[in-house]
Design a protein. Structure first.
Length: 242
């Protein structure tokens, strides 16, 4: 039942949206269509992503107060109550980022399923809506590279884009190099720093192993995420509402 709901609400609409782009713009190759499709999806998800970024910024702003509270209140139960009270006073919901990520997971999973298992240029006609025609798909990006195949170049671009996106995101949310009194917090911070180097390597191997189409999607998605963080943080710094 869950699988049926997922395909009806998430996967099938996204798959038909991708094929509809091919059908609407038959002169565009698959690489250009994937770029446009990725941007459209990221724009749809932008309100959710923006809220997550705003939460990160607000959390950084109250970090000094949190550190002071953790040092002055030693009782763990009392400390937890004080922390939650601070969150409530400042209007910050630390769990909103996880909730927003959870909402995006079905869409993100569907996108990867589409690019990984789409079988392009072959179109699964059983999934198409009645108003979506079967297009002719040119898989040669700019007439040069067959993106249905593996590509070291696009895999490297995907990894590089992911690295720069994580580098900026982690740097912008960094609360300082000083160690805390909580070993678990220090361990979490070290894991986040290591992720900046480890995750791009994972992205490289996944992108190369599947196809250049996946690498293009990952590259554009990372660059868009980086761009939206720059825009949102700049507006927040100037205290201008978005």
């Amino acid at each position: 039942m869950f699988s049926s709901i997922y395909h009806t609400i998430v996967f099938n609409p996204l798959y038909n949206g991708l094929i509809l782009l091919f059908d609407t713009f038959p002169w565009m190759d698959a690489g250009v269509v994937v770029i446009i499709f990725t941007i459209i999806i990221r724009l749809i998800l932008f309100p959710l992503s923006k809220k997550a970024i705003v939460t990160q910024v607000r959390m950084k702003e109250i970090e000094p107060e949190l550190n002071t509270l953790r040092k002055t209140v030693t009782d763990k139960q009392q400390q937890a109550l004080k922390v939650m009270e601070l969150y409530r006073t400042k209007g910050v919901n630390p769990f909103s980022s996880f909730f927003l990520l959870f909402l995006q997971l079905p869409i993100i999973y569907a996108l990867y399923s589409i690019f990984i298992g789409s079988g392009l240029p072959v179109v699964n006609t059983e999934l198409l809506y009645s108003f979506v025609s079967v297009p002719t798909i040119d898989m040669h990006f700019l007439g040069l590279i067959d993106i249905s195949q593996k590509s070291y170049l696009f895999a490297f671009l995907a990894a590089a884009a992911q690295f720069f996106q994580l580098h900026f995101s982690l740097a912008a949310s960094n609360t300082g190099s000083a160690k805390s009194d909580n070993p678990s917090i220090d361990m979490a911070q070290n894991m986040m720093k290591n992720m900046k180097y480890v995750f791009p390597v994972i992205v490289f191997f996944i992108s190369y192993k599947i196809s250049a189409a996946v690498a293009i999607y990952w590259t554009i998605s990372s660059l868009f995420t980086l761009g939206q963080e720059l825009v949102v943080r700049r507006h927040l710094k100037k205290h201008q509402p978005l």
